[in-house]
Design a protein around this ligand. Sequence first.
Ligand code: NAD
Length: 294
Amino acid sequence: MSTVAFIGLGIMGAPMAGHLVDAGHDVIGHNLSRPAVDALVARGGRAATGTADAVREADVVITMVPDSPDVEALVEGDGGIYANAKPGTLHIDCSTIRPDVARRVAEAGAERGIRVVDAPVSGGEAGAKERKLSIMVGGDADDVAAARPYLEAVGSTVVHVGPAGAGQTVKAANQLIVAGNIQLLAEALVFLEAHGVDTETATAVLGGGLAGSTVLDRKAAGMRAREFAPGFRIDLHHKDLGIVTAAAREAGVAIPLGAHVAQLVASLRAQGHGGLDHSALLLQVLQLSGRSTP
Ligand code: NAD
């Protein structure tokens, strides 16, 4: 069993760190706010006083923080991961960040003898709690093989998709599909409601056909009940759609529907709903349709 430093104990990181404790690892947690660290200690982990303290004796460092600048700030500098971890330490970044930043971080790690893989996850809070995450991994084959046991402790599908940054590119595609899917589910629900159809029975039959999806299985009930506690915050999906639109532009690829949904997410955020779950796209469809919102 290994000593695992886990940095970023939020909606996703907290259950993931807990699974690593359950798997028998010595997990040292660090988070910006203290209650999440206390919860990890209650589950059998240990508390670090900061990044350097967390990583010093670690064999593996896992980061699960919001955005590219957060990961860059964590790895860089005298108090950062790469200045304080032992050479040979494996850094698994599970955050969703820009593919180009993931490549730069991997290069910075290599200069310090740290092995880095990008391993963004899909499956949401429920997937994290149920150990059913789907994890797309970029990096050298040997490093990915070394990361696999830790990733299999938190997820059910772990796939090596290419070199450093490739995991983030696949995750960007994932976020494109999920955003479009939620928007169309929102439109379908408002459409059904306007026709007076019972949406619970309607989604039951839709889920059995080609319209079925994990989005429908996991999000339709909350949308019907107008419950938008996150889950996955609009702020984070806005970040991810920025990543995918920039990466598509860089590759010279048109993503017309994706770009449109990115605007709808940006608008919802501009209206002050950045802290709601991404299923709150429903609110905007209700507004556009002149129907009452909760
Ligand atoms: P979150 O905001 O709930 O948690 C992030 C945590 O990181 C917070 O607890 C914060 O205190 C901590 N943190 C930030 N900077 C830190 C630092 N410098 N040192 C220590 N702790 C720090 O976010 P989340 O929903 O858990 O998402 C984390 C990442 O996972 C994001 O990149 C997100 O896009 C991705 N993701 C989220 C979901 C989801 O459903 N929530 C699903 C898949 C992927």
